[in-house]
Design a protein around this ligand. Structure first.
Ligand SMILES: NC(=O)NCCC(=O)O
Ligand SMILES: [Zn+2]
Ligand SMILES: [Zn+2]
Length: 484
C-alpha cells in the first residue's frame, strides 16, 4: 500500500525543508518533490515530523496496592492522539522474581497496543540470578536499558551496593542504566515526621520530597555510574539541584542524560495548596511539582542541551484510586497522566514561546531518545528506510484540554482548561493513519515490540576509554627484599 504526504514542510532534529514523502509497506520509501500515486494526505500549512517517542510510561502497572488505569489500548490511543507513535514501558519484577518471567508478564499486557512499544527492565532486587538473566534480557530479548529506583523504600528501592553491581553489569553488556533519583531513606523519615505532626494531606507528599532529596540522589547515581564505567539516564529530572548535578557531570565529560517531564515543565507546586483534596491528590507524583524557578532551570536545560528528552512518566490513577490515601498521603498512588498532551503542551509552551526551536522540539520528543535507546534511524528520523511513524503537525489547530474529550481512561486531566495550539492533523504509525484531526482510527493490536540492540556508539566509546584508563599494576624491576 502506497501513501503520499504532500505539500508539507519536513522538520527533523537538524533540518527544515519542503518535500513530499512516499510511504510503502510502513516504511519511508522516497522523499522528494511532486510525488504522486497511492492515497494522498494533504499537509498544506503543516510540519511533517518524526512521531513522538515517550520513553517513560507505566501502563497497567501494579503499584501501591492498585493498577494504573490506562492499559496498552487506552494508553497507546492517547499517545497517538497527541502525536506520539512509540512508548517505552517498564517491566517490574517482584522481589525474587525472574526477570524473564516479569518480561513475559509485561508482553502479555500488550496485545491491544495501537502503536509500537518497548520495555525497560527494572532491577528491583539483586543476586546471581539477576546478574545472569541481565545478559539474556540484553542479548536475546531486545532490551538494552535497566531501571533502578533509589526511592520507594521497602518496595522497588535498591541500595547503593546493588546499584553499583548492576551498573557494572550494564557496562559489561553495553546496556544503559536508568535511575529514579530520590533518596528513599530520607523520604521515608520525612514522611514519618510529617505524619506524626498531623500533616496527612497531599501537600505533605511534596514537603517530604524536597529538591535536595533529588539532587543528592542524582549526584550519587552519576558518581556510581562513572565508577562503574557506564553512561546513565536520570528519569523525571524535576529541579535545579538534579539538573545541576547532570550539567556539572556533563561538563566533566560524563555521559549523563536528563529527562524532564512535561508536567514539571508546565505545572507547579501551587497545585498542592488547592483546598480541594481531590485536586491536590490527583497531582501527587514523585518527584512532586516544583516552583517556577525550577521550571526555568528545566527549560534552560532543554534549550542549552544539558537536558535531552521530554517524557511523561504516564502513570494515571482515577480519583477513586487516589482516595485510598485519604488521611495518609503516603498511600495516595503516585503518578499523573500526560501521554496525549506532551507534544501539544511542549509545542505551545516551548516552540510558540521561543524557548525551543521546532528542530529542538523534534530532538527532545523523538530523535534524541531514539539515539539513546539505539533505535535510530528506524525511529526518530525522516529518512528513506525508516519506519513511517510520522505526525503531520498543524501549528494552527487549537483545543482546550478536557477530561471529557481525552483518550485516557481516567476521570480528570492535570492540564484541564489549558488551551494548546499545535496539534496533529494526522498521526501515522508505520504508515497507517491512526488519527485524522478529531477522528480516532487506531487499530488494536497494530503495535509491535521494538527490539533494541546493546552497545550504542556512546557505550562503545566509553568502554574503550575506561579500558585505556583502567588501573594497571606497575611492573617493577627493583623490588626490595622484604624486611631488609
Ligand atoms: N512518578 C510517579 O509518581 N509514579 C510512577 C512511578 C515512578 O516513575 O516513580
Ligand atoms: Zn520514578
Ligand atoms: Zn516512572
Amino acid at each position: 500500500m502506497t501513501t503520499i504526504i504532500k505539500n508539507g514542510t519536513i522538520v527533523t532534529a537538524d533540518l527544515t525543508y519542503t518535500a513530499d514523502i512516499r510511504i510503502e509497506n510502513g516504511l519511508i520509501a522516497e522523499i522528494g518533490q511532486n510525488l504522486t500515486g497511492g492515497d494522498t494526505l494533504d499537509a498544506t500549512g503543516c510540519y511533517v515530523m518524526p512521531g513522538g517517542i515517550d520513553p517513560h510510561t507505566h501502563l497497567e502497572m501494579p503499584f501501591m496496592g492498585t493498577y494504573s488505569a490506562d492499559d496498552f489500548e487506552s494508553g497507546t490511543r492517547a499517545a497517538l492522539a497527541g502525536g506520539t507513535t512509540m512508548v517505552v514501558d517498564f517491566a517490574l519484577p517482584n522481589p525474587g522474581q525472574s526477570l524473564l518471567d516479569a518480561l513475559d508478564m509485561w508482553h502479555n499486557k500488550t496485545s491491544r497496543a495501537a502503536c509500537d512499544y518497548s520495555f525497560h527492565m527494572a532491577i528491583t532486587w539483586w543476586g546471581a540470578q539477576v546478574f545472569e538473566e541481565m545478559e539474556t534480557i540484553v542479548r536475546d530479548r531486545g532490551i538494552n536499558t535497566f531501571k533502578h529506583f533509589m526511592a520507594y523504600k521497602g518496595a522497588l528501592m535498591v541500595d547503593d551496593d546493588e546499584m553499583f553491581a548492576s551498573f557494572q553489569r550494564c557496562a559489561e553488556l553495553g546496556a544503559l542504566p536508568l535511575v529514579h533519583a530520590e533518596n528513599g531513606d530520607v523520604v521515608a523519615q520525612m514522611q514519618a515526621k510529617l505524619m506524626a505532626d498531623g500533616n496527612d494531606g497531599p501537600e505533605a507528599h511534596a514537603y517530604s520530597r524536597p529538591p535536595e532529596v533529588e539532587g543528592e540522589a542524582t549526584n550519587r547515581a552519576i558518581m556510581i555510574a562513572d565508577m562503574a564505567g557506564c553512561p546513565v539516564y536520570i528519569v523525571h529530572t524535576s529541579c535545579e539541584q538534579s539538573h545541576e548535578a547532570i550539567r556539572r557531570a556533563r561538563q566533566k565529560g560524563c555521559r549523563v542524560y536528563g529527562e524532564p517531564l512535561i508536567q514539571h515543565l508546565t505545572l507547579d507546586e501551587s497545585e498542592y495548596a488547592n483546598p480541594d483534596w481531590d485536586h491536590a491528590a490527583r497531582r501527587v507524583m514523585s518527584p512532586p511539582f516544583r516552583s517556577k524557578q525550577h521550571q526555568d532551570s528545566l527549560w534552560a536545560g532543554l534549550s542549552s542541551g544539558s537536558l535531552q528528552v521530554v517524557a511523561t512518566d504516564h502513570c494515571a490513577f482515577t480519583t477513586q484510586q487516589k482516595r485510598s490515601g485519604l488521611g495518609d498521603f503516603r498511600k495516595i498512588p503516585n503518578g499523573t497522566g500526560g501521554l496525549e498532551d506532551r507534544m501539544p503542551m511542549l509545542w505551545t509552551h516551548g516552540v510558540a514561546t521561543g524557548r525551543i526551536t521546532m528542530n529542538e522540539f523534534v530532538a527532545v520528543t523523538s530523535t534524541n531518545i531514539a539515539k539513546i535507546l539505539n533505535i535510530y534511524p528506524k525511529k526518530g528520523a525522516i529518512l528513506v528506510g525508516a519506519d513511517a511513524d510520522l505526525v503531520v503537525w498543524d501549528p494552527k489547530r487549537t483545543k482546550t484540554i478536557s477530561a471529557k474529550t481525552q483518550q485516557s481512561a481516567i476521570d480528570y486531566n492535570v492540564f484541564e482548561g489549558k488551551t494548546v495550539t499545535g496539534l496533529p492533523r494526522y498521526t501515522l504509525t508505520r504508515g497507517v493513519v491512526a488519527i485524522e484531526e478529531d477522528t480516532v482510527k487506531t487499530r488494536e493490536g497494530h503495535g509491535a515490540f521494538v527490539r533494541r540492540p546493546p552497545v550504542t556508539p556512546v557505550a562503545k566509546a566509553l568502554s574503550t576509554w575506561k579500558d585505556i584508563t583502567a588501573p594497571r599494576k606497575v611492573t617493577r624491576t627493583g623490588i626490595p627484599a622484604s624486611g631488609v
